[in-house]
Design a binder for this molecule. Structure first.
Ligand SMILES: C[C@H](O)[C@H](O)[C@H]1CNC2=NC(N)=NC(=O)C2=N1
Length: 105
């Protein structure tokens, strides 16, 4: 089986997504995409968070859309190839939450 097929994931239903979001503090959205805005302790702390998320995204081969406004950093996740939210987005959201805990304390 090719690497591509191993990475295939199906788009979550609205019910699957709302169940998953209950375990992802700060994340909201719909089946087309989810987002979380994190207010960092400072602008450099926000940039450090973005760098840490970039490293995680490379490792996971799954990449967020990122908006930086002073200390507010918004991450938006969807699986472009599938046109919706998949388990890959949930995994990256959980990793971003771990990294955000470090950036905001
Ligand atoms: C070929 C490679 O697997 C794809 O381009 C990956 C890279 N990162 C990605 N990130 C996101 N968010 N969605 C994708 O569909 C996606 N595809």
């Amino acid at each position: 089986m090719s690497r591509y097929r191993e990475r295939m994931a199906t788009v979550l239903s609205a019910e699957q997504l709302s169940t998953a979001l209950a375990d992802l503090p700060g994340w909201s959205g719909g089946t087309d995409g989810i987002s979380r805005t994190i207010t960092a302790a400072s602008f450099p702390a926000g940039i450090s968070l973005v760098t840490a998320v970039a490293d995680a995204a490379e490792t996971m081969n799954h990449h967020p859309d990122i908006d930086i406004r002073w200390t507010d950093v918004t991450f938006r996740l969807s699986t472009h190839s599938e046109g919706g939210v998949t388990e890959h987005d949930l995994a990256l959201a959980a990793r971003i939450n771990e990294l955000a805990d470090l950036a905001t304390r």
